[in-house]
Design a protein around this ligand. Structure first.
Ligand code: GCO
Length: 473
């Protein structure tokens, strides 16, 4: 990697963050792996959802995606060449347990053992997300997240992951963004499994919140020295005006989008700001209040943007409505999300207000912009500017004394962006999906140079150890 991509004006360096600040990249199984029917892998709800006409942009799907299933070695080698020390990836439940419960797949276990071992061989620390939205279809057919039996199914899955990989993997995240997979997948119906309405959303929320803590407890028992976290989507919420109605609307949107899952895990119960959420009581049992709680070692927050919210008589239950960024004359990404770097500072500050949160890591942040190949290169100044300005806000939060211990860029390679298919490219590395060629974008080259001091430091430490051991052997 050359220095060509470091713009002179950007003054931040990794040594502006403490030595043990965690840097990495994040991905997810269904978005990168492909190999959707290889060996005895079972069908997931995303395999099923993409087959439903009109669900995905241009009927695209993850049958091949980035073909990480076959290309994991070269991708991990590219991470190493880019000085990336930590790799967050998720496990496909239906690759490990084709029917979701019962028998496991030795081919699935072998695959993730190969990925983990290759990371370690390349000096990269694996960070595993146990559930990143791809529920086995067989379990969905039995009610999925709306069926309280999922707690037992999920416990069996976590136990299998812990027992097979916990000897080498010490960094774990139980769920990825439960607000998104319950909201988009069980209320709006725009994500798998395409369920709609409160009758699906409320039980899915409660059962996901119970699985979040149950997963933590199992990892605590099964994995020695495990560092256990879970992840939450979050956006700064700004009232459109200072009227009481808009401020009240913003408070309700914040409760739903940012507090719904963190607070039960801290023993605070579900946010009371939204009356409709009180209907969750219908699915609760007396012992649930304590079972919702788990003492996570870290919380992963995943911030991209902010939302501006106004009061709305026409929005059922919430009486709050998002004012689209595309209607607000602001810079937006290809996802129509506002580019608003102070949002990541605001979310770090917000999650610092929870006194029992021990450690906070940004486990996702990134941006989708139009990319094109010019003379074999991908120059992506907008993504680079986004990355640098959000990192400056992370540094501002750290400098002001807020707990923040790491940053994982979303994402390593361009990949399947759920209902939007492959249209929005988030990668630091471009993928030409016609031939699976990888091209490091200028943002990826910058991130690589930004991380180089860590790599040099690690190499020197390794050399010193070798020198010492050579000296006294
Ligand atoms: C999420 C998911 C990722 C997305 C990314 C961009 O946060 O929604 O964890 O799978 O692809 O955030 O939308």
């Amino acid at each position: 990697m050359t220095n060509e991509t470091i713009p002179p004006h950007f003054e931040l360096h990794t040594n502006d963050f403490e030595n043990d600040f965690i840097w990495g990249v994040s991905t997810a199984a269904y978005q990168i792996e492909g190999g959707h029917t290889i060996h005895d892998k079972g069908e997931s709800i995303w395999d099923r959802f993409v087959s439903q006409k009109g669900s995905i942009f241009r009927e695209q799907h993850g049958e091949i995606a980035c073909d990480f299933y076959h290309r994991y070695e070269s991708d991990i080698e590219l991470m190493k060449a880019m000085n990336i020390p930590n790799f967050r990836f998720s496990l496909s439940w239906s690759r490990l347990m084709p029917q979701g419960d019962g028998a496991s797949s030795q081919a699935g276990i072998d695959f993730y053992n190969r990925v983990i071992d290759y990371c370690l061989k390349c000096g990269i620390t694996p960070w595993i997300t146990i559930y990143h939205w791809d529920l086995p279809q067989n379990l969905e057919d039995k009610g999925g997240w709306t069926n309280r039996d999922i707690i037992g199914w999920f416990e069996g899955y976590v136990r299998l992951c812990a027992r097979h990989f916990g000897d080498r993997v010490k960094h774990w995240m139980v769920l990825n963004e439960p607000m998104v997979f319950t909201g988009a997948g069980h209320f709006l119906g725009v994500h798998a499994p395409g369920r709609k309405g409160l009758k699906n959303f409320l039980p899915a929320v409660h059962h996901a919140a119970l699985c979040q803590s149950a997963g933590g407890r199992i990892l605590r028992v099964e994995v020695t020295d495990a560092i256990i976290g879970t992840t939450f989507s979050c956006s700064q919420i700004t009232p459109r005006t200072k009227t009481k109605k808009d401020i009240h609307a913003a408070r309700k949107a914040d409760a739903l989008l940012n507090r719904l899952f963190i607070e039960p895990s801290l023993g605070l119960g579900y946010p009371k700001d939204i009356k409709i959420l009180q209907r969750i009581e219908k699915f609760q049992r007396p012992e649930d209040a304590k079972d919702l709680v788990f003492d996570f070692d870290f919380i992963g927050i995943q911030n991209y943007t902010r939302e501006v919210v106004r009061h709305s008589y026409t929005t059922p239950y919430l009486r709050a409505k998002i004012v689209k960024a595309t209607n607000r004359n602001v810079q937006t990404t290809l996802m129509d999300w506002e580019v608003y770097p102070p949002s990541i500072y605001a979310m770090i500050a917000k999650f610092n207000t929870y006194k029992n949160v021990k450690k906070i890591i940004i486990t996702e942040n990134g941006s989708a912009f139009q990319d094109s190949i010019v003379e074999g290169k991908v120059h992506d100044p907008q993504r680079l500017a986004y990355l640098q300005h959000y990192l400056k806000e992370v540094h501002r939060a750290k400098n002001e004394g807020f707990k923040i211990s790491g940053y994982f860029a979303w994402t390593f390679t361009d990949n399947f962006e759920w209902a939007e298919g492959y249209r929005p490219r988030f990668g630091l590395v471009y993928v030409d999906f016609k031939n699976q060629k990888r091209i490091v974008k200028s943002s990826g080259k910058w991130y690589s140079e930004f991380l180089r001091p860590l790599f040099d430091q690690a190499s020197n430490e390794k050399k010193e150890k070798t020198d010492v051991s050579t000296g006294f052997d």
